[in-house]
Design a protein around this ligand. Structure first.
Ligand code: 0SR
Length: 402
C-alpha cells in the first residue's frame, strides 16, 4: 500500500461519520453488504454506495478490489471514490458510485410486463446505448490488461437521476475474483450457487489459455437477453465432477441454440482439455437443425435484422473468430439511427422501480440456506497467453500495479 494511498485514505479521505445511511442495505455482495448513503458533512445531493467488506481488515480480495478500482478509471466502469476504515469494528468500507438500476432488474421489469399482458418494450435506442457503453467499458478494461470474467446483467449497473443519469457502469459483485481455494469449483462459492449462463464455450471445455474473447461471449449473451428478455443459454444447476470446468447441461443449452460446432467452425476445439468428454457425451447430429437465427425467429426477433447479424458476430463458438470490443464499437450498427446516447434513457422518464432495500440477512452465510445468484464466473487462472499473442493479465492488481 503506497504512501499516497495511505494519506488519501487514512488522513484526508472521507470518514464514516460524514455519511448518513439511507435505509438498510441495498444489496448483498458475495462477500459484503452494500448500503446506499448520502454525505451530511457537505452540501451534496448525490447518493453513494458504501460497500462493507466482510472481513477483519484488508483481506487479499479487498486489496485486489481496491487496487484494481484505484487503477481503472473510465466513465463506464464503477468508480471507487474512497476507502473508509471504521476503527471501532475494524471494518473496511469502499465508497463507490451509487447505481440506482441494474440490467437484471430492468430486464425482469420488461419480462414481467410481457407476462402480465401489458408489454412494455425496452426502446431500441436504450438497448443500443446500453450495448455501446458496455463495449466502451469492456474495451477499456481489456486495454488495461484485465479480463472481467463475470459479465452478466447483474454486473451491469445504470446510474439514476443526477449528473451521470442513464450511464452504464460495469461492476463486479465478486464471485470470480474472490480469493478462494483454487481447488474449489467455481460453481459454488460461499454456499451460493453460481450459474454458468454467460460462460464462454472454451471455458466450459477447460481452456486454460482463455482471452478477452470470454467477455465478448458474455456481451453477446447480454445483448440477446436485452432483445428477448430471456437468458439465451439458461440451464438448471447441475452437480458435476469436483473442480471440473466441464458442464454438460450448459454446453447442451448452447448447442440447442447454436447447433454443434463443426470442425471447420472451430479448428482448435479438438485441442480443448475436455474434448474427449465432449465426444463421449454429445452426438452432433442431435443439434443439426439448430441455429442462432432460428432461435431468434422463434423469439419473434426479425432474423434478417442488423441486431441478429451483430449478435452472430458476438456469439461465435471459436474465440479466435469472435469479434473484439474494438471491432464491435466500429460496427455499422452504431452508425445508424437510433444512435447510441450518453443517457441510455435519452432524457425520457425512467420506468424502473428504484432498488429495493434488502432486509438485514440474519442467516449465517455458511448456513444451510442456499442463496442463488445469476453469476457465472470463469475458472481461476493467474496468467494466460492471449490467443491474440498478447499476454493478458488477470484482474490481479498485484500484477497490474507492478
Ligand atoms: C475481489 C474483487 C471484487 C470485485 C472487483 N471488481 N472488479 C471490477 C471491474 C469492473 C473493474 C473489473 C469492479 C469490482 N468491484 C465492484 O464492482 N464492487 C461492487 C460495487 C457494488 N455496487 C456499487 C454501486 O451501487 C450498487 C452496488 C475486483 C476484485
Amino acid at each position: 500500500m503506497d504512501d499516497g494511498f495511505k494519506t488519501e485514505t487514512f488522513l484526508r479521505g472521507p470518514k464514516l461519520e460524514d455519511f448518513e445511511y439511507l435505509g438498510c442495505k441495498v444489496g448483498q455482495g458475495t462477500y459484503g453488504q452494500v448500503y446506499k448513503a448520502r454525505r451530511k458533512d457537505i452540501p451534496d445531493d448525490r447518493s453513494y454506495a458504501l460497500k462493507e467488506i466482510e472481513s477483519q481488515g484488508f483481506s487479499l480480495s479487498t486489496c485486489r478490489e481496491t487496487s484494481l478500482l484505484r487503477e481503472l478509471k473510465h466513465p463506464n466502469v464503477i468508480n471507487l471514490l474512497g476507502v473508509i476504515l471504521c476503527h471501532t469494528d475494524r471494518k473496511v468500507l469502499l465508497l463507490l458510485d451509487y447505481a440506482e438500476y441494474d440490467l437484471c432488474q430492468m430486464i425482469k421489469f420488461h419480462k414481467t410486463s410481457k407476462k402480465d399482458k401489458k408489454p412494455v418494450k425496452m426502446a431500441k435506442g436504450t438497448i443500443k446505448s446500453i450495448l455501446y457503453q458496455i463495449l466502451e467499458g469492456i474495451q477499456y478494461i481489456h486495454s488495461s490488461g484485465v479480463l472481467h470474467r463475470d459479465l452478466k446483467p447483474a454486473n451491469i449497473l445504470i446510474m439514476g437521476e443526477g449528473i451521470q443519469r442513464g450511464r452504464v457502469k460495469i461492476a463486479d459483485f465478486g464471485f470470480s475474483r474472490l480469493f478462494r481455494n483454487p481447488l474449489k469449483p467455481l460453481t459454488e462459492v460461499d454456499n451460493v450457487v453460481v450459474t454458468l449462463w454467460y460462460r464462454a464455450p472454451e471455458l466450459l471445455l477447460g481452456d486454460k489459455h482463455y482471452t478477452t474473447a470470454i467477455d465478448m461471449w458474455s456481451v453477446g449473451c447480454i445483448f440477446a437477453e436485452l432483445l428477448t428478455y430471456e437468458p439465451i443459454f439458461s440451464c438448471r444447476q447441475e452437480n458435476n465432477r469436483e473442480n471440473s470446468p466441464y458442464h454438460h447441461d450448459q454446453l447442451d443449452s448452447i448447442f440447442r441454440v447454436m447447433g454443434f460446432p463443426l470442425e471447420t467452425d472451430w479448428e482448435d476445439m479438438k485441442e480443448m482439455p475436455e474434448y474427449i468428454t465432449l465426444q463421449e457425451e454429445f452426438k452432433p447430429c442431435n443439434y443439426s437443425n439448430n441455429t442462432l437465427v432460428k432461435y431468434m425467429e422463434k423469439q419473434n426477433i426479425n432474423p434478417t435484422s442488423k441486431d441478429v447479424a451483430f449478435l452472430q458476430k458476438l456469439l461465435v463458438m471459436d474465440p479466435n473468430k469472435r469479434i473484439t470490443s474494438e471491432q464491435a464499437l466500429k460496427d455499422a450498427i452504431f452508425q445508424k439511427e437510433p444512435f447510441p446516447t450518453g443517457d441510455v434513457f435519452s432524457g425520457l422518464e425512467i420506468p424502473y422501480p428504484e432498488r429495493k432495500f434488502v432486509e438485514s440477512d440474519t442467516s449465517d452465510r455458511r448456513g444451510k440456506k442456499r442463496k442463488y445468484s445469476t453469476t457465472s464466473g470463469a475458472q481461476q487462472s493467474d496468467q494466460t497467453q492471449g490467443q491474440y499473442g498478447k499476454q493478458i493479465r488477470m484482474s490481479n492488481p498485484t500484477t497490474l500495479s507492478e
